[in-house]
Write a protein that binds this ligand. Structure first.
Ligand SMILES: [Zn+2]
Length: 244
């Protein structure tokens, strides 16, 4: 069942939380999550940052330690090995909804982060020129303050109530327009962004594949193939690689 990668010249892979589950990162939403859904929506909302930034940091700062401790799994490694095995003329892009940075740590080079990166901090003021920087501190006791403008600093991730930034959104759309192979991994094929992305890919004439734990119900007809199971088991075989 492995994909003959030589047949494709423009490959787009979308990844969601399911690819990081085997790395021990519990989703912060849902029944196993550390936080209750309503708490995440409240404290993870852009309004909380404006009014009570200490809650934003208590929620997301507290996720930095488990993310640092997590390691890429066989699915992340398989994608990195696949990218490295492609010929120079083949275009490849991972578009991820995850903020854990595990693709890059596995060695993937072409990664677009739709929702930002949890390990980066930036200024909350849109007019401030402080660049986002890597930050491993959780700041759970006190929100950090911008050294340039005095505004509160924030995790560099997309909060509830915020739009996906223009650059990653544009980069993903541009790649999808010309793609001939689209694979969505560890994300529902029925909701945004997978549902939109697969439509664009199908329109471009791409082969479309979903790899997920759960079957789509109802099926999204834009996905022509579906492989059900853990990504870390399925992907090395599907990509024709043993990532070790
Ligand atoms: Zn600032």
């Amino acid at each position: 069942m492995s994909i003959d990668r030589a047949k494709y010249s423009r490959i787009v892979v979308l990844t969601g939380a399911g690819i990081s589950a085997a790395s021990g990162l519990r989703t912060y939403r849902g029944p196993d999550g550390v936080w209750e859904e309503h708490e995440v929506e409240k404290y993870g909302h852009a309004d909380a940052l404006a009014g009570r930034p200490e809650e934003t940091w208590r929620l997301f700062g507290g996720m930095r330690t488990p993310v640092l401790a997590a390691r890429p799994n066989a699915a992340h490694r398989a994608l990195a090995a696949w990218e490295a095995s492609l010929a120079a003329h083949q275009e490849f892009l991972i578009v991820t909804q995850n903020v854990d940075g595990l693709h890059q740590r596995a060695g993937s080079n072409k990664v677009v982060e739709l929702h930002g990166n949890l390990m980066h901090t930036r200024c909350s003021s849109p007019s401030c020129d402080l660049p986002a920087y890597r930050d491993e501190q959780s700041h759970q006791l006190k929100p950090p303050i911008c050294p340039r403008c005095g505004s509160v600093l924030r995790p560099d991730i997309v909060l509830f109530g915020e739009e996906i930034p223009a650059l990653p959104s544009w980069t993903a759309k541009r790649a999808l327009r010309g793609c001939d192979l689209f694979i969505a991994i560890g994300t529902s094929g029925l909701v945004t962004p997978a549902a939109n992305f697969v439509r664009s890919a199908e329109y471009a004439g791409a082969r479309t594949i979903l790899v997920n734990l759960e079957a789509m119900n109802p099926p999204n007809p834009a996905f022509k193939e579906q492989y059900l199971g853990p990504a870390e088991t399925l992907l090395p075989a599907l990509l024709g690689l043993d990532a070790g």
